[in-house]
Every structure is written in C-alpha cells, then in structure tokens.
Ligand binder design. Structure first.
Ligand code: HEM
Ligand code: HEM
Length: 175
C-alpha cells in the first residue's frame, strides 16, 4: 500500500545517514593522503568503518523504501514530483556507488582494517595493484557527484520552505 507520509523509520534512516555523511566528508578530506606501502591509520579506520555503516544503513533503508512506498506530495506540479523522485533515486544510487567504490579501493590495496577496532573488516578483493589503479579516482568522482546531488536536494528542500512555503519539509521532520 502506498502511504501519503514518511513514517518514523524512514525519518530516522534519513537523518542518521545525513549525520554520518556530515562526519564522513570532513574525515575523508582531513585524513592523511595515501602513499605506496602505507598502512591505514586512525582517520582511515574511522572513514572505512563509518562508510560501511552508511552502506549498511542505506541498503536497509532502500529495502524499507521498496516495501513501504510513499507517494510524492500531492500538491506538487508534475515536474516537481518527477524531478524530486529522480533526485531521491539518484541519491540512493550515488551513496551505494561511493561506498562500494571506496571499499573496492581499500580492498585492492590489500589492507587489513578493523570495524571501529572491534572486528576485522571483510575485504571485497585481494591485493591487486592494477585493479587499484583502474579504480583510482572513481571513489573521488562518486563522492563529488554525491555532494553535488545533495546540494541540489537541500536547495530544493530550502526552496520549499522559503519560496513555495508548502509542507514538503514537514514531511521529513518529526511529528
Ligand atoms: C558515502 C560514503 C563516503 C564518502 C562521502 C566518502 C568520502 C571520501 C572523501 C571526501 C575522501 C577524500 C578524497 C579526496 O582527497 O578528495 C575519501 C577518500 C577515501 N575513501 Fe571514502 N567516502 C565514503 C565511503 C568510503 C568507504 C565505504 C570506504 C572503504 C570501505 C572508503 C575508502 C576511502 C579510501 C581508501 C580513500 C582514500 C583514497 C582516495 O583518496 O580516493 N570511503 N572518501
Ligand atoms: C540538511 C539536509 C537535508 C534536508 C533539509 C533534506 C530534506 C528532505 C526532505 C524534506 C525530504 C522529503 C521530500 C519529499 O517529501 O518528497 C527528503 C527526502 C530524501 N532525502 Fe533528504 N534532506 C537532506 C539531506 C539529505 C542527504 C545528505 C541525503 C543523502 C543520502 C538525503 C537523501 C534523501 C532521500 C533518498 C530522500 C527520499 C526518501 C525516500 O523517498 O526514500 N537527504 N529529504
């Protein structure tokens, strides 16, 4: 059954992932650059661990979204309904592409890293310099594409608050 409003689980998924991304970007930019033969330090361990948490939550959220569809706000003109849906699906796809490309990048370097220093992190592939070279840059391209799409999404949310003055922002807020 298609609902008219986002439920509490959808809202919790949304805002927890926003908070994790707000930490993940600064860690990514501030952690030391990668050099040949280096092993990952604390910054990288946290980047990988938070990144995998984002991947896991996004996968769960995606399944939740497919099993609990929500109709677009009915007062919106068709072009806004279509474009907002398209941006939402693109956000899901880009979060998945960013996290999986990062995980592959780390795997091809042959690192052994732990999840928040608790349990060993499974790697997707074994040490492979040629594949690492091939995927080099993909993670960065994806993280920028994601950031640009997030900016478009947030700008649209703000436009609904300040220009259209409708209920779209309320749909994702508590209550
Ligand atoms: C949506 C989640 C993620 C975001 C937003 C993100 C963002 C970033 C950013 C901003 C950088 C710095 C790149 C630069 O210097 O411009 C970076 C680097 C890196 N990230 Fe992520 N990351 C995410 C998930 C992951 C995951 C899941 C992994 C691995 C399990 C990972 C592994 C890496 C590695 C190995 C680097 C260093 C290599 C490079 O500079 O490309 N990332 N990430
Ligand atoms: C401060 C930043 C943000 C604000 C104000 C915001 C606001 C909103 C609002 C109001 C909606 C509901 C739109 C509607 O009813 O059609 C929404 C949905 C959504 N947002 Fe955000 N958002 C923010 C950040 C993000 C980020 C960083 C992501 C990245 C993953 C994201 C991903 C999504 C997705 C995928 C949906 C669609 C939910 C679904 O239908 O499954 N948002 N957001």
């Amino acid at each position: 059954m298609t609902r008219l409003q986002y439920g509490t689980p959808a809202k919790i998924f949304h805002w927890v992932i926003v908070a994790l991304l707000a930490v993940q970007y600064p860690i990514g930019w501030l952690m030391p650059d990668i050099h040949r033969g280096m092993s990952p330090g604390a910054g990288m361990t946290f980047h990988l661990s938070i990144g995998l948490t984002i991947l896991l939550l996004t996968a769960l959220r995606f399944v939740w979204r497919l099993t609990h569809p929500v109709a677009p706000e009915s007062s919106l003109p068709p072009w806004q309904r279509l474009s907002s849906e398209a941006v939402h699906w693109l956000l899901y796809a880009l979060v998945l592409a960013t996290t999986i490309s990062g995980w592959l990048f780390a795997s091809f370097r042959g690192w052994s890293v732990s999840y928040f220093y608790l349990v060993p992190l499974p790697m997707l592939a074994s040490d492979n310099a040629a594949a690492g070279k091939a995927i080099d840059g993909l993670h960065q391209a994806m993280e920028w594409a994601l950031l640009i799409t997030i900016c478009i999404h947030v700008a649209a949310a703000l436009a609904h608050v300040f220009i259209y003055r409708d209920r779209v922002m309320q749909r994702m807020l508590p209550g």
